[in-house]
Design a protein around this ligand. Structure first.
Ligand code: PLP
Length: 458
C-alpha cells in the first residue's frame, strides 16, 4: 500500500513558539516547494511521503528548516539518532579520522574497526563474541539469514534451510530481507516464489491474542514445515510496525525449541538496540540468549553502519575473503559509532530511555482510556507504537493516523508518516537525550490533537 501524501501547497499555520518549537511561516514553506519539485522530477517516487520539511540543521532532539522553523523530533530520523542529532562528540570523532586522511580501507585492517569490534563485544553479553560490520540493517539481516542457512545445511543437510519469520515483520528492503519480512503490502510475487521463507503470526497480544508458544507450533504445522527443515528463526525484538514485544514465556519456549532442533535464533535489533527500549539491547527484556543479533540505525547516531554480532561458531563459518563488503567497517563510520556508544554510556541515555519510557507509556495509556480512536499503544523505553482504529473495532484507521501526524507537524512536533497494518500506527521514538520537559510537551501536543480528532469522529 502506498502511503498517503502531505499537502504540497503552502498553507497559513498558526504561530507556535516554545523553548523547543517554533512554527513562524506557512507550511510547507513557499521557498521549499522548488526543492520538492526537483526531487519529484529526479528521484524514484518511493522516496516521497514524509512531512514536507527541508532538513537543514538538527541538534539533540530538534530539527530545523532553513526558514526559522523548529520541531521537537520524535522520529530520531528513523530511529537513528539515539545519542541525539548533530552531536559534537560524534562530529569531532569523524573529523579526526578524516583529518588523519583515512576515508575508507576496504578489508585492510585499521584501528577504528578494531576499536569498534571490541567495543561491540564489550557492550553485548559475553557469548556473542564475534562481529561483522556492514553498512545497512538490510545487509545485516540478510547476512544473519546466510549464516543460519549455512549452519543448517552443514548440520542437517540440503533440506535444513528454511527461515521462519513473523507476519508484519520488517527486516529491510533488499530482496532477501524483504523475503523474510511479513508485511502484506510488500508481499509481491517474490514471496510466493520462495518457499524457503515461512511466516507465522506474531504474538502481539492485540490483533493476535493467541500468545502461547503452542500457537507458533500450530501455525508451523499448518505450513507443513517440519522443525528438521528449519535453519533459523528471525524476529524483530519488537515489531517495528506496531511496537509490540512477544511475551517472555513465548520467547523462553522459542529459545528452548530452537535448542532442541538445532535452529539458529536471530534477533533483529536494528531498531531495538543501543538503549532504545530502556536496556542496551531490547532482547535483554526477554532474559534469553539469541545466537545472532543484527544491529544498525542507532549504533552510530547517523552514519551508515550496521553489525552482525553472534556466536563464534556461526560467525566463523566462512573462510578469509568469503564474507566481506566494500564498505565494511568504514573508518569514519566506525569513529561515529564509537563516539555515539560512548555518549549513550557516559550520559546514561539507556537509563533516560527507561525512566522517560515510563512517563511516555503511562500517559499514552491514559489517552487510550479516554479516546476510542486510540486502539492500543505498545512499546518499552522510548519507543511507542500508537495504533489508531475505527472506534469500537480493531480495524486500523490510516487516514486518521495520517491526519494526526500532519497536525503534529503543523504544531512543531515531527514524526515520520504512520506505519504498520493499514498505515494506522504512529511511532513516538525521540532521541534518547530528550528531556522530561520536552517529552511532556510532545505528549501535551499529541494528546490535544488526538482529543480533537476523537471529538470530530464521534
Ligand atoms: C527491524 C529492522 N530491521 C532491518 C531494517 C532495515 O534497515 P535498513 O533500512 O538500514 O536497511 C529496519 C529498517 O527500518 C528495521 O526497522
Amino acid at each position: 500500500m502506498a502511503g498517503l501524501l502531505y499537502p504540497k501547497e503552502s498553507q497559513e499555520i498558526p504561530f507556535v513558539e516554545t523553548a523547543h518549537r517554533k512554527i513562524s511561516t506557512s507550511l510547507p514553506h513557499p521557498e521549499s516547494l522548488g526543492l520538492f519539485q526537483e526531487l519529484e522530477r529526479c528521484e524514484a517516487r518511493s522516496m516521497q511521503g514524509q512531512p514536507p520539511i527541508v532538513w537543514h540543521r538538527a541538534e539533540g532532539f530538534t530539527v530545523e528548516d532553513p526558514y526559522g522553523n523548529r520541531w521537537i523530533d520524535v522520529s530520531s530520523g528513523v530511529l537513528v539518532a539515539n545519542a541525539g542529532h548533530g552531536r559534537n562528540e560524534v562530529r569531532k570523532a569523524m573529523e579526526a579520522e578524516l583529518d588523519q586522511g583515512l576515508h575508507h580501507s576496504y578489508c585492510f585492517p585499521h584501528q577504528a574497526r578494531a576499536d569498534l569490534a571490541s567495543n561491540l563485544i564489550e557492550v553485548t553479553p559475553g557469548y556473542l563474541d564475534k562481529v561483522f560490520l556492514l553498512t545497512t540493517g538490510s545487509e545485516a539481516t540478510e547476512c544473519a539469514i546466510k549464516l543460519a542457512r549455512t549452519h543448517g545445511v552443514e548440520r542437517g543437510g540440503e533440506k535444513k534451510k528454511r527461515i521462519v519469520t513473523f507476519n508484519n515483520a520488517f527486516h529491510g528492503r533488499t530482496l532477501g530481507a524483504q523475503l523474510a519480512g511479513g508485511i502484506p503490502s510488500l508481499k509481491t510475487w517474490i514471496h510466493q516464489e520462495d518457499p524457503s521463507f515461512v511466516q507465522v503470526p506474531f504474538p502481539d497480544g492485540y490483533i493476535n491474542t493467541r500468545v502461547g508458544f503452542e500457537a507458533f507450533l500450530d501455525s508451523l504445522k499448518e505450513t507443513s514445515v517440519s522443525p528438521s527443515e528449519v535453519a533459523g528463526v528471525m524476529l524483530e525484538t519488537y515489531q517495528g510496525a506496531t511496537g509490540s514485544f512477544a511475551p517472555v514465556p513465548f520467547m523462553e519456549s522459542l529459545r528452548k525449541w530452537c535448542d532442541e532442533n538445532d535452529i539458529v535464533l536471530i534477533l533483529d535489533e536494528v531498531q531495538a538496540g543501543f538503549g532504545r527500549t530502556g536496556k542496551w539491547f531490547g532482547f535483554m527484556h526477554y532474559g534469553i540468549e539469541p545466537d545472532i543479533i543484527c544491529c544498525g540505525k542507532g549504533i552510530s547516531s547517523g552514519m551508515p553502519l550496521s553489525a552482525v554480532i553472534g556466536r563464534q561458531s556461526l560467525m566463523d563459518q566462512f573462510g578469509p575473503g568469503e564474507m566481506t563488503s566494500t564498505h565494511s567497517g568504514n573508518p569514519v563510520c566506525c569513529r561515529a559509532a564509537l563516539a555515539s556508544i560512548q555518549l549513550i554510556d557516559s550520559e546514561g541515555l539507556v537509563g533516560n530511555s527507561e525512566c522517560l519510557g515510563e512517563i511516555l507509556h503511562s500517559r499514552l495509556a491514559g489517552l487510550q482510556d479516554e479516546c476510542s480512536i486510540l486502539g492500543c499503544s505498545q512499546g518499552k523505553g522510548l519507543i511507542a507504537g500508537v495504533r489508531f482504529v475505527k472506534p469500537g473495532t480493531k480495524e486500523p484507521d490510516g487516514a486518521i493516523a495520517h491526519a494526526i501526524t500532519r497536525s503534529m507537524y503543523e504544531r512543531g512536533v515531527l514524526t515520520f508518516s504512520p506505519v504498520g497494518p493499514g498505515g494506522g500506527t504512529i511511532k513516538i521514538n525521540p532521541p534518547l537525550c530528550i528531556t522530561r520537559e520536552a517529552l511532556e510537551e510532545v505528549l501535551d501536543v499529541f494528546g490535544e490533537i488526538v482529543r480533537e480528532k476523537q471529538r470530530e469522529t464521534t
